[in-house]
Design a protein around this ligand. Structure first.
Ligand SMILES: [Fe+2]
Length: 451
């Protein structure tokens, strides 16, 4: 390992790459402009050229400054348009005014209303920054009421994308709530009172401060310990700043008991920039956990977005599930394959700038196309070891109830059911967005809770 490329903080990273990529004013610069601005390192220019060929890479912005240099890092940190509609309540003294943000133009108008100095009104990806800004102005967001009556029975409900709702006799647990997206059919006010929210990682399709701010501030939130780098966000800090009073940073292999549920935090491997070589960083990674939820007398291992990275795979810890939870009944995961490309995961190109310098400068060594997530084959290896009763796919983006075929999930289900499952003891339970799974007389069955 080359210690030269190990960094202990963002500051060290910025100092290193800040000298590597000298330039001045680059805010909002696209790749072509970036190339024109660069004056050193022809191999870096070659890397930029290859990134420019990948249409998934969007653009960059400047972050940090050292001497006369500013560092170029990716700009698109979020999944654009993934935050609407949102519901704000402006609290000023005793009066409260509600504002609905239902599209991008509304958000632009809101920005104008609260501040006149947003740098880029066209950038719809700065939701967390907006939330922090609103909080700084004592503008709070409150949850709504009027829950619908869809969630009467104990079981696990498939909501939208990575959001599941576990309901027991005494507790309601919600995973990765990101509400208010376009075409959304479900909002926080539709849900029963939530006791605990589980966050898997800080990617914006799993962690949304604006969405979480729609829940009461005394809601227990369990999440992985994460620091703010180019690959993750210090979620606990953001939430505490937002007024949440019961934020728990989960430790791996430790359990938390909440009412009649038990949550055991397990490691997460996968969805990192490094596939063929060791991470050059001590503290940078997509901080995440997988979780085993013990509810209603059965145990569910939630594996969202996991897979493999250099030197590690979720397969390596599969056998630990039974050790820590004595028998896993259900495994739930997405099956989509996230292949590495310059624009992975969020179209920003930030993964490239997490590479050691020598690999960044040599596009032939980039791990193009290699899997960061399991996909059906990797999942089957995991299931062969864990041997749950059932596997349930989920988290294939935001769709209407019953419309799972649009997501491509049916392809993966067919693959894992027809070609792989017959060799193992686990059986897939097919369920759609808007369905739920229940345990009755020792048998798991799927029902439709939303018609
Ligand atoms: Fe992710």
């Amino acid at each position: 390992m080359n210690r030269e490329y190990r960094f202990n903080s963002d500051t060290e990273f910025i100092q290193h790459y800040g000298s590597l990529i000298p330039t001045n004013v680059l805010y909002g610069l696209d790749l072509g402009e970036l190339r024109n601005q660069l004056t050193s390192s022809s191999s870096i220019l070659g890397a930029i050229d290859k990134m420019a060929l990948d249409k998934s890479v969007q653009n960059f912005f400047v972050e940090g400054q050292r001497d006369n240099y500013e560092l170029v890092v990716p700009r698109r940190a979020a999944f654009p348009e993934s935050e609407y509609p949102c519901r704000f309540a402006f609290r000023q003294g005793d009066s409260v005014d509600a504002v609905n943000i239902v599209n991008k133009q509304d958000l632009v108008e809101l920005r104008k209303a609260v501040s006149g100095d947003w740098l880029d009104e066209e950038d719809s990806s700065q939701s967390n920054e907006i939330a922090r800004f609103l909080l700084g102005k004592k503008i709070l967001v409150r949850s709504q009421e009027n829950q619908r009556n869809h969630f009467k029975n104990e079981g696990v409900y498939r909501l939208q994308h990575a959001s599941l709702l576990f309901k027991s006799s005494d507790c309601v647990l919600l995973t990765d709530p990101v509400y208010g997206v376009r075409d959304s059919w479900l909002h926080p006010q539709d849900l029963p009172q939530v006791d605990v929210i589980l966050i898997s990682h800080s990617h914006n399709d799993h962690f949304s401060l604006l969405s979480l701010m729609q829940f009461p501030t005394d809601t227990t939130i369990v999440l992985p310990k994460s620091n703010t780098t180019m690959l993750s966000v210090n979620m606990a800090s953001l939430l505490r700043d937002a007024g949440f009073t019961n934020v728990i940073e989960a430790e791996c292999y430790k359990s938390i008991e909440l009412k009649d549920m038990k949550i055991t935090s397990m490691p997460f491997f996968g969805e990192q920039p490094w596939l063929d070589f060791e991470s050059p960083f001590e503290n940078f990674r997509n901080n995440a956990n997988t979780f085993i939820v013990d509810s209603n007398g059965f145990k569910t291992w939630i594996l969202i977005d996991s897979g493999q990275e250099y030197g590690h795979s979720m397969v390596d810890i599969a056998h630990l599930g039974n050790e820590y939870a004595s028998g896993i009944d259900l495994v739930m995961s997405n099956l989509g394959i996230f292949g590495w490309r310059p624009g992975a995961i969020d179209g920003s190109g930030r993964y490239l700038f997490c590479f050691p310098q020598d690999i960044l400068e040599d596009p032939n060594r980039w791990p193009d196309g290699k899997k960061m997530t399991f996909g059906p084959d990797g999942m089957q290896h995991f299931l062969d070891i864990v041997q749950p009763k059932h596997f349930l796919p989920y988290a294939h983006w935001w769709r209407e109830p019953g419309s799972v075929a649009k997501t491509g999930e049916s392809y993966y289900e067919t693959h894992i059911t027809n070609k792989i499952m017959p060799n193992g003891s686990t059986r897939i339970l097919n369920w759609n967005v808007g369905d739920s799974v229940h345990l009755k007389n020792g048998v798991f069955g799927v029902g439709e809770y939303r018609k």
